[in-house]
Ligand binder design. Sequence first.
Ligand code: ADP
Length: 165
Amino acid sequence: MIEQPITAVYPGSFDPFHLGHLDIVRRAITIFPRVVVGVLQNTDKTPLLPTEQRVDLIRSTLEDMPGVEVTAFSGLLVDFLRESRARVILRGMRAVSDFEYEFQIALMNRRLWNPAETVFLTPTEEFTYLSGRVVREIWRLGGDVSGLVPEPVRRALEELRRQAR
Ligand code: ADP
């Protein structure tokens, strides 16, 4: 039997997409022929950037990476996986503190749809301290986010700050 090429879905809120996320996508595409970045449409909280803008910014950041697609999704991750013809869920593992929650979700997703497998990748050390929350906090306090986020995201955050003034 010929194995189907395996597609991996990398889900997250990516609010905003930062260099830790980029590092994971770069690693993933050396393993999987197709990687779908799934941007979660948050329904319960107000994001810093609206979903469509997050999708556009990630697309501009990843435009030179063949095999990578970016799509918004809502609802169950396993449904998005099936729609994407994928069965691998990619998650970044920064520290032991990520483990417990991720472990629980990985088992739950497999219970919801048995073929779903979760693969954990670790970023390069310098990005282990990075999170969306840290970037948002620095931005809110007026700090410089260059070196933390890709250039299209930095420009969008700068523009947002200008509008907020
Ligand atoms: P964040 O936690 O930065 O707000 P998300 O909640 O959107 O980001 O997470 C999407 C995925 O990216 C998760 O699997 C998360 O563990 C992973 N991730 C987030 N930050 C990093 C990082 N600095 N290095 C590696 N993976 C990360």
